[in-house]
Design a protein around this ligand. Structure first.
Ligand SMILES: Cc1ncc(C[n+]2csc(CCOP(=O)(O)OP(=O)(O)O)c2C)c(N)n1
Length: 286
C-alpha cells in the first residue's frame, strides 16, 4: 500500500476513535471496548474496500456490512459520519430518546446501516442469506460480516458458517474480532473458543489471521480473500478490547464504560486531546 493511502487510513482510524470517545463521554456511558477493537477494520472497509455512495445509502450496487456484534454501534456510527452518510452533530444524540442512533444498530433508522443487530448470532444468518441472494442474482457485490469472539458462543454462528461454507459464499467476507474478552470476562473463561482460525478452517473457510490494529495487514487480508474463488473466506482479527487507548485497554471491565467517575473522564479527555493532536498533525500530510 502506498504511504499516502496508509496515512489516509490512519487518519480515518484516528477520527473514528476520536468520535467514538466523544460520543460516549457526551452520552455518559456506552459500549467502548468492542467499539474500539474494530476501528481500524472499519477504517479499511469504508476508507478503501467497500463500494458505497454515502449520498445514496440504498444504492443497488453497494456492498453491505452486517455488524453482528451490534453493541459496537458507536464505532459504526462514527465511521458512517466520517465518510459522509450523515452530519457529525448527529453523533451526539447516541442513545437519546427518539434518536436515529440507538445503542444497537437499526436499519430503519440510520443511513448506511444495512442490518438491525444486537441479539448476538442473528447477523451471521442474515449475512449468509444476503450473500446467497447476491450470488443467485449474479451480482458482483460483497457482504462484510463482523462477528465477536464472545458472540461465537451462539450456536447460530456455527450454523450460518456451515451454510456459508456449503454454498461457497466467497462474497461473504466473515471477519471475527478476536479481542479475547466478552461482556463479563475473558472468552477462555466463559466458553473457550479454542483456536478460532483452526475452527474456521475445519468449517471449510480459507482463513487468514492478522493484527487488527494494522490497516495495511487488514487490507491485504481482504485482497487475499477476494482472490479465493472456490470456498468461503474468513479473517480472524487479533485485537485488544478497548484498542488504541491504553487506559481503557487495561480497564478490566471495559465492555460498557460509565463516565461517572473522574478517572474514566480524565482518561477519556486525555485520549481525545491526543487523538485531536494526531488528526491535526496528519491533516498537514494528507
Ligand atoms: C443472544 C444474546 N445473548 C446475550 C447478549 C448480551 N451480550 C451483549 S454483548 C455480549 C458479549 C459479546 O462479546 P463479543 O462478541 O466478544 O463482543 P466484544 O467483546 O467484541 O464487544 C453479550 C453476552 C446479547 N446481546 N445477545
Amino acid at each position: 500500500m502506498e504511504k499516502h493511502e496508509l496515512m489516509k487510513l490512519k487518519l480515518l482510524s484516528a477520527n473514528i476513535r476520536l468520535d467514538v470517545m466523544k460520543m460516549l463521554v457526551h452520552c455518559g456511558y456506552g459500549h467502548l471496548g468492542g467499539s474500539l477493537s474494530i476501528v481500524e477494520l472499519l477504517s479499511v472497509l469504508y476508507g478503501k474496500h467497500l463500494r458505497y455512495d454515502a449520498t445514496n445509502p440504498n444504492d443497488d450496487n453497494r456492498d453491505m456490512v452486517v455488524i453482528s456484534k451490534g453493541h459496537s454501534g458507536p464505532a459504526w456510527y462514527a465511521t458512517l459520519a466520517n465518510v459522509g452518510f450523515f452530519d457529525k452533530e448527529m453523533l451526539m444524540t447516541l442513545n437519546e430518546g427518539g434518536t436515529n442512533l440507538p445503542s444497537h444498530p437499526d436499519r430503519t433508522k440510520t443511513p448506511g446501516v444495512d442490518m438491525t443487530t444486537g441479539s448476538l448470532g442473528q447477523g451471521t444468518s442474515v449475512a449468509a442469506g444476503i450473500a446467497l441472494a447476491m450470488k443467485r442474482l449474479n451480482q458482483n457485490r460483497y457482504v462484510y460480516l463482523i462477528v465477536g469472539d464472545g458472540e461465537l458462543n451462539e450456536g447460530q454462528c456455527w450454523e450460518a458458517f456451515q451454510f456459508i461454507a456449503n454454498y461457497k459464499l466467497n462474497n461473504c467476507i466473515v471477519i471475527i474480532d478476536e479481542n479475547k474478552r466478552q461482556l463479563d470476562g475473558y472468552t477462555i473463561d466463559v466458553i473457550n473458543p479454542f483456536d478460532i482460525k483452526k475452527k474456521m478452517e475445519a468449517f471449510g473457510f480459507y482463513t487468514i489471521k492478522v493484527k487488527g490494529d494494522d490497516e495495511e495487514a487488514i487490507s491485504k487480508a481482504i485482497d487475499e480473500c477476494k482472490q479465493v474463488n472456490n470456498s468461503a473466506v474468513s479473517i480472524v482479527l487479533d485485537t485488544i478490547k478497548g484498542q488504541g487507548i491504553t487506559y481503557f485497554e487495561n480497564l478490566i471491565d471495559n465492555h460498557s464504560v460509565k463516565f461517572n467517575n473522574q478517572e474514566n473522564i480524565d482518561a477519556a479527555n486525555e485520549a481525545i486531546a491526543k487523538l485531536e493532536k494526531f488528526v491535526k498533525e496528519s491533516l498537514k500530510n494528507v
